[in-house]
Design a protein around this ligand. Sequence first.
Ligand code: GAL
Length: 339
Amino acid sequence: MKRKIVLGMLTYILGAGTMYAQPQQPVRESKNEQPSSFRSNALWYDTNGEPMNVHGGGMLYQEGTWYWFGEKRGRSRSEGVNVYSSKDLYNWKYEGIALAQVTDTTSDIAQGCLMERPKVIYNKKTRQYVMWVHLELRGQGYAAARAAVAVSPTPVGPYQFLKSFRPNGNMSRDMNLFVDDDGAAYHIYSSDENMDLRMARLSDDYLSPTTQDSLLFRRQREAPALFKKDGLYYLITSGCTGWAPNQASLHTASSLFGPWQLIGDPMTGPGANKTFGGQSTYVLPVPGKQHAFIYMGDRWNPQNLKDSRYQWLPIQFKEGQVVIEWMDNWDLTWFDKIK
Ligand code: GAL
């Protein structure tokens, strides 16, 4: 018990502001418990009883199944891209490593490289699943600032690495993908040492950026998460303070290439000004429910990255304003109750 308290204090002192919004609910009592709600910051186990390792993630929905892709982490190492599947968003089956690092040290994805913020989209024309991931080359820290592309005929992979590059020559770090209603896909990425947030329309096969690539704004933002509601685009981003939490902001636009208008911090309540100790990674539209979007964030633990926790919160639309409020424990019926 004593050891736990000391460890807890140490984590707080060294860690990324972990005192924000601690769950009142304890972490899951039993590995075998079948969850039926979202408990942000708690330990989330997969259906084998193993802690989930899927950070900086994103979601793909295909025929009744969600696939959650994210960074597989060691204490600090990047160990490729993990994928889990679920039919209900609460219970996750581990499907394995979707994109592995390789032993060939001349490869762009050689062991020791960094793979961050992977996202997967499905291309209806080529019937391929296409993964984009922020890639840093082995031994170069964050200097390479590239995007990597990999493909698979199945959602869970294994994905085949195709190439890595700087989109149109631009540095590319934190990133996301967005598919619009017309099937056109976009890569949103932090560029120019993270000063710029840029967007590039992808080629029809989703494998490359086109030259339709422009600056959204220059405000030193990262961790972009984009969604669309009633014809309006919403973009949540974080500031740039590494693993430490900072204040989120929301921009909106009626056209993807802008102009993007700064709305302000969508988070509200205790811990809001530091994004409840976390950082955005994705916004998940819930299929079959109108105006139902889940904010997905990471509460990073820089002392042990694989133990970083997940923060899932419902996005609320209150009098035309986007509001994200901390909730210890909630489930999908929340969306039905607010109607
Ligand atoms: C954050 C970024 C993370 C990771 C981290 C490394 O700013 O959002 O994905 O790159 O920096 O310090």
